[in-house]
Design a protein around this ligand. Structure first.
Ligand code: F0G
Length: 350
């Protein structure tokens, strides 16, 4: 789809050949806007069937996405979308496949990102596929096995930061400015790729009532909302499901802001669930409106429930899921929302 970019902060508009995801005027994050009405996607048999609802680009059609859903053992009304079936075992590949292709298209030779682990693993992999060099800044709470994975799957230069994701993010931004690398991460092109999860969910269940996702930078939550609005506008779904965003009670900036009706404020991440150890979500403001506009909610689950659900997941399905991912099952049990729900099991890198 033909598109342009618009700054979420100052409204500045950029054409699609603008080779950055950040506003040159105010450093705000950009949003992809389409010039035409989003078409209805009739059948999704591969991730790339969704290219028609994504920014036009020179994508190599590597296999990814179209992940399976399984019924939950805990409730007949809940099913689980297994995002760890993606190439680097997390939902991140959907965004990286779009974002890294864009870096290549704009003529960059290097990409840089900040991460708590999975994003860097995924970026490192796609950078290798596209022949680009990757530099990744990893927060000090990332688990050491994820760091090994990043190094084994690609040739990324890994720098462990003395600080959390927010510090790593600032370092990645500085690095991109200083070295002219394409800044990847939780920005607009990734968001477009992440929309594909909601497209797949609604294709198999257009009547779904609740979508439950973990929240770190809230890219997945805000991308899901964007996709749901597109699906409604194109007539693919009649009603927009409720969105439920899940954090740990040891790192819950979105939950606090949602319950107080205030702005999102930084909090120091203390959770062991590294995927959601983000103290200041980049898409916090968009996530708050997504929750409000879908009559959804944000909920915090305990650290002990994460450990328990990880074990139950292994026992019930014979599959491994990471702590951030099983947060959605703990949240389902806590809230017991009415109607059919899907919980997105985002990754299995432990
Ligand atoms: N689940 C997993 C497994 C993750 O790795 C992440 C984010 C999330 C959920 C949260 O998604 O940021 O879109 O709200 N991981 C980032 C990373 C922070 O660097 O890998 P989000």
């Amino acid at each position: 789809m033909r598109y342009f970019l618009e700054c979420t902060q100052c409204g500045e508009r950029y054409e699609s050949d603008y080779g950055s995801q950040i506003c040159a005027k105010c450093d705000g994050i950009l949003e992809v806007k389409y010039s035409k009405k989003i078409p209805k996607v009739e059948k999704i048999s591969s991730f790339w069937d969704l290219e028609s609802v994504m920014p036009e680009g020179s994508y190599k059609h590597f296999w990814l996405g179209n992940t399976p859903s399984i019924s939950s053992t805990s409730s007949k009304s809940l099913y689980l979308k297994l995002e760890f079936m993606n190439p680097t075992h997390s939902f991140k590949d959907r965004g990286s496949a779009i974002e890294v292709a864009k870096a290549r298209e704009y003529g960059f030779r290097d990409v840089v990102c900040a991460s708590t682990g999975n994003m860097a693993y995924s970026i490192s992999y796609y950078a290798k596929l596209y022949g680009l060099k990757a530099k990744v800044f990893i927060s000090d709470d990332a688990n050491s096995d994820k760091i090994k994975d990043i190094k084994s799957v690609g040739d990324a230069d890994v720098e462990k930061v003395n600080g959390d994701f927010t510090k790593a993010q600032a370092m990645a931004i500085n690095y991109s400015k200083k070295h002219g690398s394409f800044l990847c991460g939780d920005y607009c092109y990734r968001k477009e790729g992440q929309k594909s999860i909601a497209y797949e969910i609604c294709a198999s269940n257009p009547e779904i009532k609740n979508i439950i996702v973990p929240v770190g930078n809230a890219t997945l939550l805000s991308a899901t909302y964007k996709a749901l609005r597109e699906l409604k506008d194109s007539g693919s779904i009649k009603h927009i499901p409720k969105l439920i965003g899940v954090q740990s009670d040891m790192c819950k900036p979105l939950v606090v802001a949602f319950s107080k009706g205030s702005q999102v404020r930084y909090c120091k991440p203390m959770t062991k669930a590294d995927g959601i150890a983000v103290g200041y979500p980049t898409y916090g403001d968009q996530a708050l409106s997504a929750l409000k506009n879908t009559s959804g909610t944000a909920v915090a689950v305990t650290e002990s429930s994460l450990a328990k659900e990880q074990y139950t997941f292994l026992r019930d399905y014979g599959l491994v899921a990471e702590l951030a991912s099983v947060s959605v099952i703990a949240a389902y049990k806590l809230l017991q929302p009415k109607g059919q729900s899907v919980a997105v099991i985002t990754g299995s890198n432990v």
